[in-house]
Design a protein. Structure first.
Length: 601
């Protein structure tokens, strides 16, 4: 494959892609520093970090109708999520501008003509409108919580909004500061700009017009409604959710006909915990939203206590525990010495809400000692939340050691890099199961957009066979790297010092996963390798195609010294291995290693 051009979506020609191409080392650095040459070429990106242009344009349209020219909006799928954002803004903002924040709720006007499918879905949006100076604070909430709407939801809802079918429940407030006419909502403010093209899921470009003609507006809306109907039969969406939950629970591994009513509750599973059913699996719009809500439910079910984060974490997991609730105790090394320190604190009487960890961790692939952690949790009364995104349920069984297992379905469960999703599994045998179950059931909102559900169900049907192929490919790439003299270290669960902890949880037929990281002795070799490697290059992981990233540059550019303090090298390269032909993949890595050899030769 030739390298995907800077700024193009990954995969190419995918309107709701989860990643974007940063094909050179310099592109990654310049993206982090906001250089114009890079930013001007990037229309989209990882959805929690880069608000999709379909969402931005919709938000601008809502502000044009309900706000003033000095305001912006964040869009959420429910009033409760919007209220959480509003509370976060007010808690963090200067009081002089924090008071001017409000929520507009938009609902489907069922008196207007709409397709049967649209009426069944009955879409709604809650917009938080605030002074534009507050955007960085609102963006923090969007990024950390994962509560925001998806681009597919924005695309359809904006078309309904433009056609007058998505309306506020109350009369429009009289606003004396409406600004010039160009800011007012009218038929001339169309869903998309002239330059914006929507690419259908079939891959064909469809130009949506910018016009004053209401008839053409309705044609655009009708086009999207028809495409919406073609992409899914939402009458099957409930069955699709059951199928996804059962796959996650380990009770469904075969194909499923969504037109057939699901069988009654299934409790046999591959998770290693008897009695687990899909009733204990909760679906969320993205993985971080599953973590965010699990933390909220822990606080609800167990009270306001500090949490523990064990091991070098994904950046937003740490931010959630620091910014929402009483804070956290952070053990960035995740070592046995850290557990010794924790045990000393616990023996001295300190009490905690829950310990959060990844299995394995990203990007170093070290594993926490879950057996010891479980023993400490039982002795000293705290919960255990394990993020299994990287290990995945085909390779490891972590639920017996956890009270809640969370995962980003966006990654290998989907594989196609075109839809977001997340899940939380409650351990039915966990000591906090009942209070957690009560908290989840009382608070849970199903905000997973129906189209995203259908794409996720479709993508995940073959995830077991994909993971087995990826396991084999990853080990083959490790062998290529381990044999090369320029490579300093390879990080992979099979080769790290924490391998025994991985083996404690590995399923006998399981492998070691599709994620690995490595370093060179010299930064120049890392740069040459990365610039040469002929794979997709951008954020995210768990894709069906191999994806390479200078991960620490992207995730921790402004805190490289901090990351290095926990043994995470700035020049590390992270590889998410795909399902490509093994020999072809090895040849690509060999060619990139040769480019590294040529440096200084």
């Amino acid at each position: 494959m030739s390298t995907i051009e800077l700024g193009d979506s990954i995969p190419s020609l995918t309107p709701h892609a989860v990643s974007m191409s940063l094909p050179t080392w310099a592109d990654n650095v310049d993206y982090e520093t906001g250089e114009k040459r890079v930013m001007d070429k990037i229309p989209t990106g990882y959805p929690r970090f880069f608000i999709h242009n379909l969402i931005e344009v919709f938000a601008d349209g809502i502000v044009a109708k309900y706000g003033t020219p000095d305001q912006k909006a964040m869009l959420f799928p429910s009033r409760k999520a919007a209220q959480r954002c509003l509370s976060f803004i007010k808690a963090k903002a200067e009081s002089s501008i924090a008071g001017d924040v409000n929520i507009i709720d938009l609902f489907l006007d069922k008196s207007k003509e709409a397709s049967e499918i649209i009426v069944k879905v009955s879409p709604s949006i809650s917009a938080v409108i605030f002074h534009r100076e507050l955007f960085p604070i609102a963006k923090q909430y969007w990024q950390h919580s994962g509560d925001g709407i998806s681009s597919r939801q924005a695309e359809l809802c904006h078309s309904l909004f433009s056609d007058g079918k998505l309306v506020d429940s109350a009369p429009q407030p009289l606003n004396q500061k409406r600004g010039p006419k160009r800011y007012q909502r009218g038929s001339e403010y169309q869903t998309f700009t002239k330059e914006h093209k929507v690419v259908s899921e079939g891959g064909k470009n469809s130009q949506l017009p910018l016009t004053n003609d209401v008839a053409e507006t309705r044609e655009s809306t009708q086009f999207l409604e028809e495409r919406f109907g073609r992409n899914l039969d939402v009458s099957f969406v409930d069955n699709a959710k059951v199928a996804i939950r059962r796959r996650i629970a380990g009770s469904l591994v075969d194909e499923v006909d969504l037109a057939v009513e699901p069988s009654p509750k299934v409790t046999s599973n591959s998770r290693g915990v008897p009695g687990l059913s899909d009733d204990n699996v909760y679906l969320y719009p993205c993985g971080m939203n599953a973590i965010f809500n699990t933390h909220r439910m822990m606080l609800e079910g167990r009270g306001q206590l500090k949490s523990i984060i064990f091991g070098f974490p994904y950046v937003d997991t740490l931010k959630i525990l620091q910014k929402f609730g009483p804070g956290c105790l952070f053990y960035g090394n995740g070592s046995s010495e850290d557990l010794d320190d924790l045990e000393t604190r616990l023996k001295a009487g300190e009490r905690y809400l829950a310990l959060f960890c990844e299995f394995p961790g990203n990007p170093m692939l070290f594993c926490p000692d879950l057996k010891r952690i479980r023993k400490l949790a039982d002795t000293y009364d705290f919960g255990v939340v394990v993020d299994e995104t990287i290990g995945n349920s085909v390779n490891v069984q972590v639920l017996p050691h956890a009270d809640v297992v969370v995962s980003s379905l966006t990654k290998i469960f989907s594989g196609d890099c075109n839809v977001m999703g997340g899940s939380a599994i409650l351990n039915p045998e966990g000591r906090y199961h009942q209070p957690l179950k009560n908290a989840f059931d009382a608070d849970y909102e199903d905000t997973y957009w129906v189209e995203d559900v259908m794409f996720m169900e479709r993508n995940s049907r073959d995830f077991v066979t994909r993971i087995k192929k990826i396991n084999d490919n990853a080990e083959a790439i490790c062998n290529v790297l381990l044999a090369h003299p320029l490579v300093k270290d390879v990080y992979y669960p099979k080769y790290t010092p924490t391998k025994p902890f991985y083996e404690d949880c590995r399923i006998p037929t399981g492998g070691y996963g599709g994620l690995l990281s490595f370093t060179f002795h010299e930064k120049a070799h890392a740069v040459a390798f990365f610039d040469r490697i002929e794979t997709a290059k951008g954020p995210s992981l768990g894709t069906n195609f191999t994806l390479v990233s200078p991960y620490v540059v992207l995730a921790h550019y402004w805190e490289l010294d901090w990351a290095a303090g926990f043994g995470v090298p700035a020049d590390l390269l992270r590889v998410s291995v795909g399902v490509e032909d093994m020999e072809d993949l090895k040849a690509r890595f060999t060619a990139a290693l040769q480019a590294a050899e040529a440096v200084g030769a």
